[in-house]
Design a protein around this ligand. Structure first.
Ligand code: NDP
Length: 298
């Protein structure tokens, strides 16, 4: 039986990070412009701490000006908004990212809307979401951007392909669907109320899983030869009872990966797939924001 080709997020992300670093070096040399990224972490969420550390390290490695602001979980909304305002006004900062989720009691929506849309490198501000929906230049959320880069590098032109996106979140599902539509795919967005989800998925030449349910998408939901992009990151106990008893966990996607390998044409692994693209796209977005703010072509 033929095996699906694995879409290697590690190699693609490395290439993107290198391209960002080269562009940073060029901007410094030719325009005296050093792209700057500010990441704000509120509280002690362990996963958020890992993501924020990685964002800081990679932006520094790319030659950017990089600052991380750590605030206690009990910080007030007004204090957080004041920091966002200060970063909006800081000419050395071109990208402002507030790590989500925020601790309970803080109004996430209000914080995102307080970020200057020109510096909204997570692409979550309503202005950027609206511009994306209208096909105008915008800052696009990093994970969807990463998925599209993977698809284009794997398949080339996407025109006319049937794409099914499972998940309709503002962060992942909706923007991916918009980008696929812009790429001239015929797009279906499925969600928790979709009827006969397996049949809907089987129509897809491109199947994007952004659900957050471990290995929900089974091999027989996949059209033979389809390209499968698994966005899901789910931490589950090991199936080995000894390891499980020790409390050890592992990461799996939303797709039953091992079985899907026998059906799909191309597939992203978890870990080692989309997740790695997210930080690389954040660097790309910060470079784009810096160029646009400086009035350079981006
Ligand atoms: P959300 O929980 O915000 O959205 C999940 C979506 O899946 C919702 O639209 C929901 O539908 C839909 N859904 C839930 N259950 C079902 C079901 N049984 N059948 C069909 N659809 C269902 O999650 P996110 O979009 O934020 O994240 C999705 C996954 O992607 C998570 O595993 C997350 O960890 C991962 N992720 C990975 C990133 C990366 O860098 N690789 C970055 C961001 C997220 P409804 O709207 O009807 O409730």
């Amino acid at each position: 039986m033929s095996q699906a080709q694995i879409i290697d997020g590690k190699i693609m992300a490395e290439r993107l990070r290198e391209a960002a670093a080269q562009e940073v070096a060029r901007l410094k040399a030719e325009h005296g412009l050093q792209p700057g990224l500010a990441v704000v972490l509120v509280g002690e969420d362990p996963a958020s701490q890992v993501y924020v550390r990685s964002k800081g390290e990679h932006s520094k490695a790319a030659g950017m000006h990089s600052v991380t602001h750590r605030l206690p979980a009990d910080v007030g909304q007004a204090e957080l908004l004041a920091l966002v305002d200060q970063l909006n006004k800081d000419p050395a900062i071109h990208g402002v990212l507030v790590q989500l989720p925020l601790p309970k009691g803080l109004d996430e929506k209000a914080v995102i809307e307080a970020i200057d849309p020109a510096k909204d490198v997570d692409g979550l501000h309503v202005v950027n979401a609206g511009r994306l929906a209208q096909g105008l230049p915008s800052l696009v959320p990093c994970t969807p951007l990463g998925c599209m880069i993977m698809l284009r590098e794997t398949l080339g032109d996407l025109t006319g392909k049937r794409a099914v996106v499972v998940g309709r979140s503002v962060l992942v599902g909706k923007p991916i669907a918009q980008l696929l539509l812009q790429a001239d795919c015929t797009v279906t967005i499925a969600h928790s109320r979709t009827q006969d989800l397996p049949a809907v998925c089987r129509e897809a030449d491109i199947l994007v899983a952004a659900v957050g349910r471990p290995q929900m998408i089974k091999a027989d939901w996949i059209k033979p030869g389809a390209t499968v992009i698994d966005v899901g990151i789910n931490r589950v106990p090991f199936s080995d009872p000894v390891k499980a008893a020790q409390g050890k966990t592992k990461l799996v996607g939303d797709v039953a990966y091992k079985q899907a390998l026998a059906v799909a044409g191309h597939i992203t692994p978890v870990p080692g797939g989309v997740g790695l693209m997210t930080v690389a796209c954040l660097l790309q977005n910060t470079v784009t924001a810096a160029k646009r703010i400086a009035g350079l072509e981006a």
